[in-house]
Design a protein around this ligand. Structure first.
Ligand SMILES: *Cc1c(COP(=O)(O)O)cnc(C)c1O
Length: 360
């Protein structure tokens, strides 16, 4: 018997290709280059390889370990988490571009470049209110740009910003105008044009669709829209994104048992597996199944979306997921789920989740 292991993450490469091509083509028409961000799928080589052929300018990730595995794709690599000073030697060796937010780090990169006889391109990040990485003071960023321009081995490629992460700040046309005007100030200070003005991530894409992105913005770093377009259009109020597939990834989990059981635990209620005091609603006896997938595989399975409408997720612990079903299931039966971006991030790097690639 051909034994398959579960949980299993199916990646439909044909749908991935369709999404990557649709996004880069729409960006290209607006004069925008795309760095394809593959951190959401653990920088899996098959996935990055597929995306790399769809018109993007760079392959990007927050993790150097992923980019080091992707050097053979023939595209420039971009580190999008500002580097740890302890990883500068690896950065210079394995990466062409990085996002930066500290002048002393850029100076150390320059020294390391001299040591390795290499050059490295940097994008200086401006914090426009989301309060994660980036210079807060405009004057200081411009000074850092001038200093970077004077360094012999580091190349000032441009400026950028990141929104919609910590502070959940919406990339509005006003925020993008702010970045555009900062880019112009930096250009005036260094006396030349910048190649890259990087306006953010998937959350900036709606501005292109609405024709509101300033011309000066010529680069985006896009992951979620290409990999998992599931909850994106709803959250951002977009309706006409039917050119993007919502099911590049499908998660499969196996049924371990199925019984009719009470919905209200019997006995004295204390705390659950995570030390929380749970609350239950008594809905009498119901058909319940146990699945061999849990928090260890993706933090929580509560956000998975069953593809079978008769299945509802009731609970999860580290290794189990409990579902309610309107029909009896049998042990060994496989249930399918749509997976959101944050769960994909974990599932694609989990030790016990098998990834299967299909191209049909
Ligand atoms: C993750 C990340 C991105 C990509 O974000 P998506 O939502 O996946 O498009 C872009 N830039 C930075 C700095 C990031 O950390």
């Amino acid at each position: 018997m051909n034994e398959k292991s579960y949980p299993r993450l199916i990646c439909h490469l044909n749908r991935l290709r369709q999404n990557a091509a649709a996004v880069t083509e729409r960006c290209r028409r607006s004069g925008i280059q795309v760095a394809a961000v593959v951190k959401g799928a653990n920088g899996q080589h098959e996935i990055a390889e597929c995306v790399a052929k769809c018109g993007c300018a760079q392959i990007a990730s927050s993790r150097l370990s992923q980019l080091e595995r992707l050097r053979d794709l023939g595209l420039p690599t971009m580190l999008i988490r500002v580097p740890m000073p302890s990883e500068i030697a690896r950065l210079v060796r394995g990466c062409d571009y990085s996002l930066e937010s500290d002048l002393s780090v850029i100076e150390r990169i320059d020294e390391e470049c001299a040591r390795q006889n290499r050059t490295h391109s940097v994008i200086l990040m401006a914090d426009l209110g989301d309060l994660r990485e980036g210079w807060w003071n405009r004057g200081e960023l411009i000074e850092a740009a001038v200093r970077t321009e004077s360094l012999p081995h580091v190349h000032l490629a441009g400026v950028g910003t990141n929104l919609g992460c910590y502070g959940a700040i919406v990339p509005t046309a006003e925020k993008m105008e702010e970045l555009a005007s900062l880019a112009e100030d930096v250009e005036a200070a260094v006396g030349r044009k910048l190649e890259i003005v990087s306006g953010g991530s998937s959350t900036t894409f709606p501005l292109i669709e609405r024709g509101e992105l300033p011309k000066k913005i010529n680069h985006l770093r896009i992951g979620e829209m290409i990999l998992v377009n599931y909850d994106f259009p709803q959250e951002w109020g977009l309706k006409h994104m039917d050119y993007l597939s919502t099911s590049v990834f499908v998660l499969q989990a196996e049924v371990l048992e199925c019984r009719v059981k009470p919905t209200f635990p019997q006995g004295e209620i204390f705390v659950d597996a995570f030390g929380r005091k749970p609350e239950f609603e008594d809905r009498g006896m119901q058909i319940r199944a146990l699945l061999g997938i849990g928090g260890l595989d993706m933090g929580t399975t509560m956000r998975l979306i069953p593809r079978d409408g008769s299945i509802r997720i009731i609970g999860c612990s580290s290794d189990h997921t409990i579902v309610e079903s309107s029909r009896m299931l049998t042990p060994g039966e496989i249930l399918e789920f749509d997976i959101s971006y944050s769960e994909l991030l974990l599932a694609s790097s989990a030790a016990d989740v098998t990834i299967e690639y299909r191209d049909d």
